[in-house]
Design a binder for this molecule. Structure first.
Ligand code: TRP
Ligand code: SF4
Length: 333
């Protein structure tokens, strides 16, 4: 029997290359090795955006389309939407009862979110009860399927630790070994930065989307920062100081391409504009099949809907099995 993994993403809309390289590519590999559950965490989105739900549905669909285009195979992995599994809400209640208040309050990820929220104005500047429960809800996502592994980025590891703490506490309180202690599965790819050298993010407008056209991609790449000390194209360049463009070459190019770029740059035989034109073409070539697949799913929304419904149905059946055991363990009516 294959070990089980669970992972989710908040519905942030169309995904960028950072998501692709950092998360989805990893999932696409792991799905062959593990029994995989991948979901859109729409309840988690509500913890901070409960008053901005106009795009929630479409954002959810867009995320799933990006996954499908990127090779997450609904015949292999189970793709579902969190809010279509009401069992998660029930398990969340049980887990919230056994979780000490100070465990959620000390969650470092939550502390960061709270800081951001306090700088906002309006109804959304309050930290809601739901947001405080973020780490418990995330633990529920994982425990709902009694997973043993959770593929996440390093920023989510603190949450997995809370999940392990809650697991142990549940098992202790109810004198059971029912829940597995899930371990984070970290990926080893290098993090791709945004076009301006900062972390790639939608809100920083420094990203390239999986769904961007070739024209947009080519144009966006031209704005990537390069070795700033270089004035003319025949000045010798410093690839290691070329924080974005050369980094992208290292991520997307093969060894001989990277060697050529380095050598020509250092000798002043390669202008930055030409260099980035080539880089844009390379990225477009890499993503051409993914984008083609994306266009297919965009043109067949019913098929996407069907995949979400089917996956959620399957996930729900599994969740029901776990939940009925949990009710029994706790001693519910
Ligand atoms: N908190 C995760 C993020 O922001 C999303 C998430 C919610 C998740 N529940 C999860 C990830 C369970 C892994 C497992 O990226
Ligand atoms: Fe960077 Fe290429 Fe310009 Fe060299 S030629 S500084 S690698 S963009």
């Amino acid at each position: 029997m294959k070990e089980r993994i669970v992972s989710g993403m908040r519905p942030t809309g169309k995904l960028h290359l950072g998501h692709y390289l950092g998360v989805i590519q990893n999932w696409a590999e792991l799905q062959h090795k593990y029994e995989s559950f991948f979901f859109v965490a729409d309840w988690h989105a509500l913890t901070t955006k409960y008053d901005k739900t106009e795009t929630l549905k479409q954002d959810t669909i867009d995320v799933v389309i990006d996954w499908l285009a990127s090779g997450i195979d609904p015949n292999i992995a189970t793709i579902y939407v969190q809010s279509l599994i009401p069992e998660i809400a029930e398990l969340n209640i049980y887990l919230s009862m056994v979780t000490p208040q100070n465990w959620v309050e000390r969650d470092p990820c939550l502390k960061d979110m709270v800081k951001i929220i306090h700088t906002k104005e309006g109804t959304n500047s309050q930290v809601s009860y739901g947001l405080l429960g973020y780490p418990v809800l995330m633990s529920t996502d994982i425990m709902m399927f009694n997973a043993t592994g959770v593929p996440v980025g390093i920023d989510q590891v603190a949450h997995i630790e809370i999940t392990r703490d809650i697991t142990r506490r549940f098992n202790n309180i109810y004198k059971t070994d029912f829940f597995n202690e899930a371990k984070p599965i970290l990926n080893h790819c290098s993090l791709i930065c945004g076009l301006d050298g900062n972390k790639m993010g939608k809100s920083f407008q420094n990203d390239i989307k999986i769904s961007d056209t070739e024209e947009v991609t080519a144009k966006r790449i031209m704005s990537a920062i390069t070795d700033r000390s270089r004035m003319r194209k025949d000045d010798p360049g410093h690839p290691d100081e070329c924080q974005v463009a050369f980094k992208y070459w290292e991520i997307f190019g093969d060894k001989s391409q990277v060697d050529t770029v380095r050598c020509e740059c250092e000798k002043g035989l390669r202008g930055c504009a030409d260099c980035k034109r080539q880089l844009g073409a390379l990225i477009n070539e890499k993503f051409a099949p993914i984008r083609e697949k994306r266009r297919y799913y965009e043109a067949h929304p019913q098929e996407v809907e069907e995949i979400i419904r089917e996956g959620s149905k399957k996930a729900r059946t599994e969740a029901q099995k776990v939940l009925s055991q949990v009710r029994e363990i706790i001693g519910m009516y």
